[in-house]
Design a binder for this molecule. Sequence first.
Ligand SMILES: [Zn+2]
Length: 216
Amino acid sequence: MQQPTAERVLSIFRELNQIPRPSHHEGRVADYLCQFAQRLHLAYERDAENCVVIRKPATPGYESSDPIVLLNHMDMVCVGMADPLNTPIEAYVDNGWMKARGTSLGADNGIGLSMALAVLESDSIEHPALEVITTTNEEDGMTGAAQLSKDFLRGRKVINLDSEDYDTITTGAAGACLQFHRIPIQHTCWVGVHVWWPCILCWRLDSSFSIILASR
Ligand SMILES: [Zn+2]
């Protein structure tokens, strides 16, 4: 058994980064997660969208506590890669910072997933029943999470390891809503210059949000 040290988390992260895992192409990393569970003799499920949940029983004394869900996603954004389906991430350390050569590092959410896997293989942490859920296509529509069946997870208390703040533990997960609107716009040409400024106003949004506007 391994201890969940920083070195072990980073070694799992390096393993993950050998597996190309752009959004919509998560089959190989889902295989890796299933093999990880098999090696530890832990129960797991994989659904049709390659979302994987690995279940670890409670340690003695915590059997009656509520299960805890550790939430991650397995896909990543492969910035600037010519062949993201076949290119492992080449990481290096520069002045104390881990970086990737020529693309994004995949720390979102590879490092959170590595922490969850290190906890799964640890025998030195006391915990309630754990469910490590790893969804697919988080970066391009959250379609893996959106189609999860209700019984895929038993726990209702979530620690989100896809958090962005260094010193914060995030419970729960933000919702997401993807909508497409077709708005007829009159296009005007002034003295040969084509200019138009669409403006979309949003109100009554009660959590942090981002809007991506795409125009054609
Ligand atoms: Zn993320």
